[in-house]
Design a protein around this ligand. Structure first.
Ligand code: CP
Length: 327
């Protein structure tokens, strides 16, 4: 593993972190990446920081990596962890002033305050509907917890953002880059199901704040929210975009303009060894083999997906550490 990191840099100049629900909650992304890499080298150096503190993890949706890596991160800081799959709890109401005479049993106003009695930090996974853009963009689940909980809130992937994944991705690029400003390509891939834009939104926001040359490539109609992409270059020709890439991040997302729709099943957008060239292959996982990316890529040394998954632990750990330091 190559690593071009000056670990002697002062990493103490981070703004107080109260919540981590968006890349914008990071004051200095390069410093926090360096701090995560430092934690990776000695994961138990702050093993008592979280003593007698509890992380409650709430899952509205499935998870493999986020669940295990965040729990591992918390335990490496000495925290206790409690996990609640919301489907095993009461059906929550989020509407203010609603008459709760139908299927919802408990209002978020009570639920968030009650959970705060048991938690020092609450982490939440809540995916979008992909049917109601306005509702999804309001981040009503995460936002309600931020509003009514009395403890810090971490996103473990919300409707529109996956900031822990993006932090792990930045750590991975920092560890592997062989030049100061690598070329990073975010390339859309086909998928049989409509998927959120959360991973790509956060990846784009993170890369915009990192010293990389970022290009996004996708079929027409898959433009992400232009408030997020801003001036980032979009190249509709995948072959042109991939030229001389150092890192290729492959991900499916459903249309943002025709919200939640699948507009293309074009298998030509699948990542192949030939198209990848000499670049490193990145994906957040889980990934559908031979749909999103061919076996030859995932089974090659160019795939860094396991390293990305490893770094999920240290992304979560550095975020928990920053919040714990200010409790
Ligand atoms: N990448 C990621 O968030 O994985 P999980 O959905 O398994 O948590």
């Amino acid at each position: 593993m190559q690593c071009h990191v000056d670990r002697s840099r002062n990493v103490s100049n981070l703004r107080i972190m109260k919540n981590y629900t968006d890349i914008n909650d990071l004051s200095n992304v390069e410093d926090i990446v360096l701090e995560a890499i430092n934690l990776k080298q000695s994961p138990y150096q702050f093993a008592t920081l979280g003593k007698h503190k509890t992380l409650v993890m709430l899952f509205f949706n499935s998870s493999l990596r986020t669940r295990l890596s965040t729990e591992k991160a918390a335990k490496q800081l000495g925290m206790d962890v409690m996990i609640l799959n919301i489907k095993d709890s009461w059906n929550l109401e989020f509407e203010d002033g609603s008459v709760m005479n139908l299927n919802t049993t408990e209002h978020i106003k009570e639920a968030a305050q009650v959970i705060s009695q048991y938690a020092d930090i609450i982490a939440i996974r809540a995916f979008p509907t992909l049917a109601d853009k306005q509702k999804d963009e309001s981040e009503y689940i995460l936002g309600s917890f931020k509003k009514y909980a009395s403890v810090p809130v971490i996103s473990m992937e919300s409707a529109m953002a996956h900031p822990l994944q993006a932090l792990a991705d930045a750590i991975t690029i920092e560890e592997l880059k062989t030049k100061d400003k690598p070329k990073v390509v975010l390339s859309w891939a086909p998928h049989p199901k409509a998927l959120p834009q959360a991973v790509t939104n956060s990846f784009v926001k993170m890369m915009q704040r990192y010293n990389v040359n970022l290009i996004i490539t996708h079929p027409k109609g898959y433009e992400l929210d232009d408030k997020i992409t801003g001036k980032t270059k979009i190249e509709y020709n995948q072959e042109v975009a991939l030229k001389d890439a150092d890192f290729v991040y492959v991900k499916n997302w459903s249309s943002y303009s025709e919200y939640g729709k699948i507009l293309s099943h074009d298998t030509n957008w699948m990542m192949t060894k030939e198209k990848l060239g000499l670049a490193k292959f990145m994906h957040c996982l889980p990934v559908r083999r031979n749909v999103v990316v061919e076996d030859k890529v995932l089974d090659s040394d160019q795939s860094v997906v396991i390293q990305q998954a490893t770094n999920r632990t240290f992304a979560a750990q550095v975020v928990l550490k920053k919040i714990l330091e200010n409790l």
